[in-house]
Design a protein around this ligand. Structure first.
Ligand SMILES: [Zn+2]
Length: 345
C-alpha cells in the first residue's frame, strides 16, 4: 500500500503537556511515527512524500480566521518576547456559554483560548509546518485513491480528528481525515464514508460534516461520559439539516471487550454499506489496543488484522489516516496489521 509520509512532523515536538494538573512529557511524540515507519519498511510498503498542496482545500474544512491564526501563531508568540522561544504557550481562558466568540481578541493567550478546546494541545516552533505537511500527505493519499489506487495510507502526526472547523484540541491542529474526505469529493466522489476507529470520539470531524449528507461520519469510541473529549460523541447525535441521519456514534463503555467492539464495527459497516459511498476514509487511531497507556479498550494486535480484513469486505477504495495510539512499541505493528489485513481481504 502506498504510504504518504510527513517529512516535517519532527518539527512539531513540544516538550510537555498538562495532565491532571501535572506537567508531563508529551504522549504525542515524534517517536510514534518512527515506530510506524519502521513497521512499514519491514513489511515492504513504499513510502513517498506528499505531492499535493492542501492549501486550496483547507478553507473547505476549516474557518479562514482559524487558519490565519494557526499559520502565524508561533511568530506572534515570539514577537511578544524573544524569550518565548523556550516557552510553550497554553490557553487559560475560553469563550464558554454566554461569552462571545465572534470578536477575536487582540491578546495572544485569549486568541489561543478562542481557537482551542483544551489546554492539551501544545504549540511548538514547527507546529504549522508539521500540520500543513500532514494535511498535504492526506490530500495526496486521497488524490491517489481518486486516480484509481485501491488504498493509500497517510502516515503523519500531529493527528487531526479532534480539530474542528475553527479550533485545535486533543493534540490536533488540522483535520487530515476531513481533508482526505473533502479531496475525494472534489475529485468526483459523490458520497464518502468516514469511519473513525480511534478510542476517542472524532469530535472535530463530526462537527465539520455535521450538516452535510455527502460525507457520512461513523465513530466507534469510548463513552464520552467518562472518556475524552467528554462533550461530544453521544449516541443521540445524528446530524442536522441536510446532514440529519448522516452522523452515527457508537460509544462503548470504557473496558468494553473486543467482542463488543467488533459488534459495533458490524453496525458501522452496515451503515456505511447502506450509504452507497464511492470511497472510504478511515481515521486510524490505534489506541483501542489493550496495551494503550491512556485508553481502556481491549483489542489485540491480531484484532487489528481482523479490522483491516473486515473493512476490505466493504469493497471500497480507502484512504487510511493515522490518528492516535500511544503504546509506542506496538503502534507500528498494529497500524500495519490493519493495512495488511485490508490488502489481504
Ligand atoms: Zn485517541
Amino acid at each position: 500500500m502506498i504510504t504518504f509520509y510527513n517529512p516535517m512532523h519532527r518539527g512539531h515536538a513540544p516538550a510537555h503537556e498538562f495532565f491532571r494538573g501535572e506537567r508531563v512529557p508529551c504522549f504525542e511524540s515524534p517517536a510514534r511515527v518512527d515506530y510506524v515507519e519502521e513497521a512499514l519498511r519491514a513489511r515492504g510498503h513504499a513510502m513517498v512524500p506528499p505531492d499535493i498542496d492542501s492549501g486550496p482545500v483547507l478553507p473547505q474544512v476549516h474557518a479562514p480566521r482559524y487558519l490565519a491564526f494557526l499559520q502565524t501563531a508561533w511568530p506572534q508568540w515570539l514577537a511578544l518576547d524573544p524569550a518565548n522561544s523556550e516557552v510553550q504557550p497554553f490557553p487559560s481562558v475560553w469563550p464558554v456559554r454566554t461569552l462571545r466568540s465572534d470578536v477575536e481578541p487582540e491578546n495572544f493567550i485569549a486568541r489561543l483560548g478562542l481557537y482551542s478546546m483544551d489546554n492539551g494541545t501544545p504549540l511548538a516552533h514547527g507546529t504549522w509546518d508539521a500540520a500543513k505537511a500532514g494535511a498535504d500527505a492526506a490530500a495526496s493519499a486521497a488524490v491517489r485513491v481518486a486516480q484509481g489506487a485501491p488504498a493509500t495510507f497517510c502516515c503523519s502526526r500531529p493527528p487531526g480528528h479532534h480539530a474542528g472547523p475553527d479550533f485545535m484540541g486533543g493534540y490536533c491542529f488540522l483535520n487530515n481525515a476531513a481533508v482526505a474526505a473533502q479531496v475525494l469529493r472534489n475529485q468526483g466522489a459523490q458520497r464518502v464514508a468516514l469511519l473513525d476507529v480511534d478510542y476517542h470520539h472524532g469530535n472535530g470531524t463530526q462537527s465539520i460534516f455535521y450538516d452535510r449528507a455527502d460525507v457520512l461520519f461513523v465513530s466507534i469510541h469510548g463513552d464520552p461520559r467518562t472518556e475524552y473529549p467528554f462533550y461530544l460523541g453521544h449516541a443521540d447525535e445524528h446530524g442536522e439539516g441536510p446532514g440529519a441521519g448522516y452522523n452515527v456514534n457508537l460509544p462503548l463503555p470504557a473496558g468494553a471487550t473486543a467482542q463488543a467492539w467488533f459488534g459495533a464495527l458490524e453496525q458501522a459497516c452496515a451503515r456505511i454499506a447502506a450509504h452507497g459511498a464511492d470511497a472510504l476514509v478511515v481515521s486510524l487511531g490505534l489506541d483501542a489496543f489493550e496495551g494503550d497507556p491512556i485508553s481502556r479498550f481491549a483489542l489485540t494486535s491480531s484484532d487489528f488484522s481482523r479490522l483491516g480484513e473486515r473493512l476490505a469486505q466493504l469493497r471500497l477504495p480507502a484512504v487510511f489516516v493515522l490518528e492516535g495510539g500511544y503504546a509506542a512499541a506496538e503502534l507500528g505493528t498494529n497500524a500495519v496489521n490493519v493495512l495488511d489485513g485490508f490488502g489481504r481481504g
